[in-house]
Design a protein around this ligand. Structure first.
Ligand SMILES: Cc1cc2nc3c(=O)[nH]c(=O)nc-3n(C[C@H](O)[C@H](O)[C@H](O)COP(=O)(O)OP(=O)(O)OC[C@H]3O[C@@H](n4cnc5c(N)ncnc54)[C@H](O)[C@@H]3O)c2cc1C
Length: 429
């Protein structure tokens, strides 16, 4: 039976990072990916934050297939036929070390996987790992079809569904409550149209985070500019979607037909459609990261931050895998790969800035549950703007009176105060 120092399951950002770093240190690494190519099965909005990963992949922007450096962020509330935006622009995000890049996973993931291959990892694609091979309670390798492959340690980087962990009884059941569904389209548009419409240059781009117009289902939308296309999608709470009896594409259609969105996608051609589950990103949902003979990295360990303003999964995947690789190298020094030796992974992870950010925004999670945030308040804000900006044949109120008039009968002062407190606790104070 074949044996490697390390077998890595999955060639997403987590798997390829672990393979790259371990192969670079001279370990024999086998990486197994079920997609025909790395990235072919992966869905992402596509905003990759640069600073958290620059130490792992220095100046990656000059080598990797990134699309645009994001200099402009728009936070948009969608009312019935109106929208209210907050616009943030920063010129420094157009130069190293940048802030974020739009990426297309079908291009970015193969590049990452190639880094691992070039470092000496053996990568096989189009092969699904069917099960973890477990002996005496210890993970000793993998089973893929008729093949069994042994390893000192297995890196499980199989993404959100993490069926291998589930089937092996190594993780608890996920509650539908804690999972969202993301539906995404890539819409082709000429470069010149993107640059005019989104006010960017040939190298820079815009990211929109939008709340509202998701048929009242808790969640939000995103639009990111690529070079010759835009990535557009919605991420909604899965159990509310089921309860609404709506199909994912109906939510996407409702979102796309909002006038503020429709004018951004006008004339575009949908060239890709995909859907995937994604964790809701709660700090309290952190999963078991290691055990005898294995470590879990990226979204298989539910590592993702969603604080309403940003959704960060790719940098969490890359950094967690880098920390896992460090833990494996430390265990190798001792020549033991049991849970005790690999527990250093968790300790090192807790020292990262990403872990601290996750913890800092732990109270943002209830915001994702608050239905009023996704329908009533975006409408309320848009109506308020209407009162302030559209003089009519009735006397105009001042802002506070307009706000109180707007709130009246829609939400009680008590509920409003509770929601303000929840928002403050989640992302402000
Ligand atoms: C709609 C949507 C929008 C998102 N937007 C963003 C964003 O803008 N920015 C951001 O940072 N994050 C975003 N995310 C989250 C991000 O995509 C994930 O957090 C990230 O991809 C996790 O990386 P990973 O390597 O852990 O897992 P994945 O990228 O899911 O990779 C897992 C890999 O394992 C393979 N695999 C699974 N099972 C097996 C098996 N049994 N055998 C072999 N191979 C297997 C899969 O094919 C896959 O290639 C978004 C997610 C969704 C769904």
């Amino acid at each position: 039976m074949e044996k490697f120092d390390v077998v890595v399951i999955g060639a997403g950002p987590a798997g390829s990072t672990a393979s790259y770093l371990l192969a670079k240190e001279g370990l024999s690494v086998l990486q197994v990916e079920r997609g025909q190519t790395a990235g072919s099965k992966n869905v992402s909005g596509g905003l990759l934050y640069s600073k958290p990963i620059v130490d792992i992949f220095p100046e990656f922007w000059s080598k990797a297939p990134v699309e645009r450096a994001i200099t402009n962020h728009q936070i948009v509330m969608l009312g019935n036929e109106a929208s209210t935006s907050m616009d943030y622009y920063n010129e420094t995000a157009a130069r190293p070390p940048y802030n974020a890049f739009s990426v297309l996973r079908a291009q970015f993931d193969p590049w990452l996987a190639k880094q691992a291959e070039d470092a000496g990892a053996a990568t096989i694609t189009g092969v699904t790992v069917d099960a973890l091979k477990i002996e005496n309670g210890r993970v000793v390798g993998i089973q893929a079809g008729p093949d069994e492959i042994l390893a000192d340690v297995v890196v499980i980087a199989e993404g959100t569904r993490s069926l291998l962990l589930k089937n092996a009884g190594l993780r608890e059941e996920y509650h539908p409550h804690d999972v969202s569904l993301g539906v995404k389209e890539v819409i082709a548009l000429p470069e010149s149209v993107i640059e005019d419409r989104f006010l960017c240059t040939s190298e820079t781009g815009t990211a929109y985070t939008l709340v509202g117009s998701t048929l009242g289902i808790e969640g939000g939308g995103f639009i990111y500019t690529n070079k010759k296309s835009i990535s557009l999608g919605v991420v909604v709470k899965i159990d509310s979607l089921y309860k609404s009896k709506k199909q994912p594409h109906q939510v996407l259609d409702a979102f796309k037909s909002h006038p503020a969105v429709a004018r951004l996608v006008r004339g575009g051609e949908v060239v890709e459609y995909s859907a995937q589950t994604v964790h809701r990103g709660g700090f309290h949902l952190a999963s078991k990261m290691y055990g005898d003979g294995y470590v879990v990295a990226g979204s298989a360990a539910r590592m993702l931050l969603n604080n309403v303003l940003t959704l960060r999964g790719m940098d969490y995947a890359i950094v967690s895998a880098a920390v896992a690789a460090k833990a494996i190298l430390a265990a190798r020094e001792k020549g033991v790969y049991d849970a005790a030796a690999l527990s250093v992974y968790e300790k090192l992870w807790q020292q990262t800035v990403l872990y601290q950010d996750w913890k800092t925004f732990k109270d943002a999670y209830p915001l994702l549950e608050n239905q009023r945030l996704f329908e009533m308040y975006p409408n309320l804000v848009c109506n308020l703007m209407e009162m302030l900006l559209s003089p009519s044949n009735q006397a105009s109120p001042k802002a506070l009176k307009a706000l109180l008039d707007e709130i009246n009968g829609k939400v009680s002062m008590f509920t409003l105060a509770k929601d303000v407190l929840q928002i403050s606790k989640g992302i402000v104070l």
